[in-house]
Every structure is written in C-alpha cells, then in structure tokens.
Design a protein around this ligand. Structure first.
Ligand SMILES: Cc1ncc(COP(=O)(O)O)c(C=O)c1O
Length: 403
C-alpha cells in the first residue's frame, strides 16, 4: 500500500494496535534504519543499542546485506533442505570455517526456540535419555518443548503441566551441577553468557567442569548461543572463550543480520544419531536466509570479530569509568558487545530517560540495562551512548526506590 502523504507514528501505532496480538504496547513506529541508527515515521533518529535484541548484527541497511538479499531474491528463494543449493553450501562452508571444533554439521531452522527444541531432540536421539539440566536465570525460549528449560516462573507456570520437567541448577555452582547430572540426563543446556537473565558471563572453570561432567556421565553439552553467538562477544561462539568443546551449539538472532534463521550446530557423532526423516522444517536454510547469513559471516571473517573485541572493551571501560563515579550502578559486566549495567534500582525509568536522549536500549531483568548494539558500533557511538546515559542518570536523579 502506498500513502499519498507518509503516515505519522501516531497513525501507524493506531493501526498496529487494532490487529496485533495485544502482547505488547509499542511506543515507536520505525520506518527506516541507517547503520546503528533507527528513524521513526516522524523523522526522530535514535542510536540503537538494542538491535532488535542482538539481531541486527550488521546494523540497518548494511550495503553487503542489502546486496546479498536483493541478488538472491532475483535468483532463487525456495530450495528446501532435501535439495542442495549453491548459496546454502557456501554459507555452510563459511559457518564451519568460523565455528570451533568439533562442530561440523548443521540443521537449519528459523528461530532460537526452534533451534533449542531441535537440540533437545537430537540429545534424546543420541543418549536415549530424556532429562535435561538447565540454569536458573536461563532463557531457552517460549515454545512448549523448550519452555521447561526457561527459568522465569511467569513464563512457565501459566502453561503447566509442561511437556517435561527440567532440573534447574544455580549458574556457576559446581556442586549443584555435579549433583544434577546422573545417568538419566540427556544434556546440560547453558548460555555461555546469560542474556535475558541479566547479562552474566559464565566462569571459565564452570564451563570446563560442565564439559568434563557431561563427558564423564554420558550426557551432551549444549551451548545456547542464540544471543551470544555470531560474533557478539568478539569470538564467533562465546564458549570459545572457555576453550571447551560443545556437542551442540544453537544459533539464531544475529546470524543472518535480521533475516529469520536458526541453526543447530553439532558434531558428526550427534548428527549420525538422528534417524533419517527424524526432524525437518519447511523454511529452514532457504536460500534467502543463507545468502543473508553468508554476508554476515563474510563481514565477521573480514575483521568484524576483532572490531567487536576492540570496541566492546572501549565501551565497557567507558561504562566502568561512569560506574566509578555513579553510586547508583552496582556493576558493569559482559564480553564484547554484550554488556549489562546492573543498577541498585529499577531500570525502567532510566531506559525511558535514555530514550528521551535519543538512545534505545533494553532491560535484562528488573535492574539491568542491556547494551547489544550492532557489531559495527563505533567508539564515537560508544561515547555518544555514555554521554546520553550520563544525562539520563541526571534526569532521574531524584531516584526511584532501591530494587
Ligand atoms: C539465549 C536465548 N535462547 C533462546 C532464545 C529464543 O529465541 P527466539 O526468540 O528466536 O525463539 C533467546 C531469545 O531471546 C535467547 O536469548
């Protein structure tokens, strides 16, 4: 539909509200993006530290992504995984030139939840067991098969009885992990950096012990890299920082820069356990998503990973300097461009004030401000974000009660 005069934000929001599911109350109507900026229908420009929650890895309207998607649209967008396709093969080769050993095969799907559900199914096929261990504060997705591994009670409890019951352990607690893994456990699924649960990187020792215990007890180790993967922490997969080997790693969000995709990366042994025809999905690995993902991987191979490490360290250091003079901040943590700022108070008013300064960010729980900007984020934009946060803190200094 074309409009004689461009629609205003108010008009778009009104029309949206009439027909969407009603789960959210959108406050902005974005119509365009340029790099790390989003522009709404009224022409307001925002620095985007949210990136669709760690999705727009190349920012908005990146020329390489635009070119790859446009070109592929003209060639072929439908080729299911039971037919081979040139772009998908190129993408898979690029994927495994970046992914750590022993990951060597991938099932392609369409979202993080779908990737995680599939990972559980593969783990059952390999082990013949059906118990799963997951972490408190962890977020694995919302579909019914994976909801049992999502910690937040408000997401799970309205849908009980659940399809199965997971064992939850304290993230970082070696003893609880040891006690939870017995010979009924098919897999332990962990985020190497907990995102939704508050931006908590796992200790190296914890991940190494999870690796050792799963090996010892015949269970699989699944790394949920839906948010932390595809270069977000400065490595292709965040568990590489710990020097461990996963049996399965799941990806989605930033992998194709915003075109829907999910991927279950697995070892040859894991792949071999699924009976022929034992899993499938219509759109998975379609050439359009593969072309978009290939464009992202080429950028990562062309220096973007090193860029993330550098600019992420710079942003964190600027935020730590702010924290040292701002008693309302409890802690700054994270790796690469996956950073959380934990406040001693609720973060919603600060996020609103930040928005008034022209910067969009998101929470991760009640007290953590999450920064997951596009991976092309620059040091100048990091300065812009810190200046805006300083102003937002000044604007909310008559402070909200302690959380
Ligand atoms: C670590 C993690 N796993 C799984 C998911 C679910 O992914 P999706 O929303 O694509 O289903 C998310 C989404 O936020 C996530 O952060």
């Amino acid at each position: 539909m074309t409009h004689a005069t461009p629609a205003s934000s108010a008009d778009i929001l009104l029309r949206d509200a009439r027909h969407h599911s009603g789960l959210w109350q959108p406050r902005h109507a974005f119509v365009r993006g340029e790099g790390c900026y989003l522009i709404d229908a009224d022409g307001h420009r925002y620095l985007d530290l949210m990136a669709g929650i760690a999705v727009a890895s190349l920012g908005h309207a990146h020329p390489a992504l635009v070119e790859a998607v446009s070109r592929q649209t003209e060639r072929l967008i439908v080729a299911p995984q039971n037919q081979a396709n040139d772009v998908r093969s190129d993408f898979l080769e690029a994927l495994f030139s970046l992914a750590p050993d022993p990951l060597n095969r991938a099932f392609l799907c369409n979202s993080g939840s779908e990737a995680n559900e599939g990972a559980l199914k593969w783990a059952r096929a390999v082990t013949g067991r059906s118990t799963f261990v997951a972490a408190k504060r962890g977020f694995s997705g919302r579909t019914l098969g994976v909801l049992p591994l999502t910690w937040t009670a408000a997401y799970r409890e309205p849908f009980e009885p659940l399809a199965h019951q997971a064992r939850f352990v304290r993230f970082g607690d070696l003893e609880e992990l040891d006690a939870a893994i017995d010979d009924t456990v098919a897999a332990v699924m962990l985020e190497p950096v907990q995102g939704e649960g508050g931006m908590h990187p796992a200790d190296t020792a914890y991940l190494q012990e999870a690796w050792r215990l799963t090996r010892e007890r015949g269970a699989l180790l699944i790394m949920d890299e839906v948010q932390s993967g595809a270069g977000r922490t400065g490595r292709f997969l965040a568990h590489e920082h710990a020097g461990i080997e996963a049996d399965i790693a799941t990806m989605a969000k930033g992998l194709a820069g915003g075109v829907p995709i999910g991927a279950i990366l697995m070892t040859d042994t894991v792949a071999a356990a699924m009976p022929k025809g034992g899993h499938g999905t219509t759109f998975g690995g379609n050439p359009l998503a593969a072309a978009a993902a290939l464009a992202v991987l080429e950028e990562l191979r062309g220096g973007l990973l090193e860029h993330v490490e550098r600019v992420g360290a710079y942003l964190k250091q600027r935020l730590e300097a702010l924290a040292s003079e701002e008693p309302r901040i409890r802690e700054v943590r994270g790796i690469g461009l996956m950073i959380g700022i934990e406040f001693k108070e609720k973060v919603a008013p600060i996020l609103n004030a930040l928005e008034a300064e022209g910067v969009l960010a998101i929470n991760a729980g009640a007290t953590v401000l999450r920064m997951v900007p596009p991976l092309i984020f620059t040091e100048a934009q990091a300065d812009e974000a810190v200046t805006a946060l300083r102003a937002a803190l000044a604007a909310t200094s008559a402070a909200t009660p302690e959380a």
